[in-house]
Write a protein that binds this ligand. Structure first.
Ligand code: NAI
Length: 264
């Protein structure tokens, strides 16, 4: 064997073993699936959610599988709590390498609804300001770790629009803008910022939609012909946070079965 034959042909790592990942909205749906997957891939997951018993159950389930997880109750609309929880995660886990800004609620209203402004404010507080605050709190730790990764979960509503959803849609468009802007600002500081835009996915959020509506919608709109599963989105998030994804920055990635590509 000549010198070099034992060397692998590729250099970049596809392992997140030992990394610390903070995930918001991790008690259900895509957040929970992402927590399970990142833990399975060897990361220590800091799972957070406004739903305390739900997020505790997720952490316990991950630990039962012999993986590493801690949980915190975190309402991403609460600025003080964000600071406290991030401090506590760093103390307990020794740092943060990955932030998955996932928490969200389906907050829509017709433009002339009496409650419109309240819905608008809540949508922005949770889905846009919450993401900004998490990023600001976590950033020093991502920089200290080197190779930090931020994934913001937006939606296909961040790329197009549905009727009577303008608070949600505007907030998700904001997430796309935030991602691009911070990718430009932070790329040179060793932190990548990317955005995943799920299409229709079977989660807590869509569980209120009757099955026949879901099937009709998917047949009409989604080339793959069905709703997605949370794990299918989690795998895309997991790919984005790999050390090997070091040149992916400012990307807005639809995970929608081809829905936004379709024009017929
Ligand atoms: P889900 O309802 O299953 O999970 C959302 C989680 O966020 C829940 O555990 C909930 O308790 C938590 N949450 C809500 N408000 C919170 C707050 N103030 N602070 C902390 N946690 C809070 O929904 P899903 O679908 O998994 O949602 C995840 C993300 O994906 C959201 O940002 C959502 O907008 C987005 N999304 C969902 C789509 C879908 O079809 N399900 C499509 C596109 C985007």
């Amino acid at each position: 064997m000549s010198a070099g034959e034992d060397r692998s042909l590729s250099r970049l790592s596809r392992s997140i073993d030992g990394k610390v990942a903070l995930i918001t909205g991790a008690a259900s749906g895509m957040g929970r699936a992402t927590a399970h997957l990142l833990a399975d891939l060897g990361a220590s997951v800091a799972v957070t959610d406004i739903d305390e018993s739900g997020v505790q159950a997720v952490a316990e389930q991950i630990r039962e599988h012999g993986r590493s997880a801690d949980w915190w109750r975190l309402d991403v609309g609460d600025a003080d709590l964000i600071e406290k929880v991030v401090g506590s995660v760093v103390e307990r886990c020794g740092g943060i390498d990955i932030l998955v800004n996932n928490a969200g609620v389906a907050l829509g209203a017709p433009i002339d609804a009496e409650t419109y402004e309240t819905v608008w404010e809540r949508a922005f507080q949770i889905m846009l300001t919450g993401q900004v605050r998490l990023i600001r709190a976590v950033l020093p730790h991502l920089e200290a770790a080197g190779g930090g990764r931020i994934v913001n979960v937006a939606s296909t509503e961040g790329l197009g629009a549905s009727r009577r959803m303008s608070p949600y849609t505007a907030a998700k468009h904001g997430v796309v803008g935030l991602t691009r802007s911070l990718a430009v600002e932070l790329g040179g500081r060793g932190v990548t910022v990317n955005c995943v835009c799920p299409g229709p996915i079977h989660t807590g959020m869509t569980s209120v939609i009757p099955d026949e509506h879901k099937e009709r919608f998917a047949r009409r709109k989604v080339p793959i012909g069905r709703y997605g599963d949370p794990e299918e989105v989690a795998h895309v998030i997991a790919s984005v946070v790999l050390p090997a994804s070091s040149y992916l920055n400012g990307a807005i990635i639809p995970v929608d079965g081809g829905m936004t590509a379709k024009s017929d």
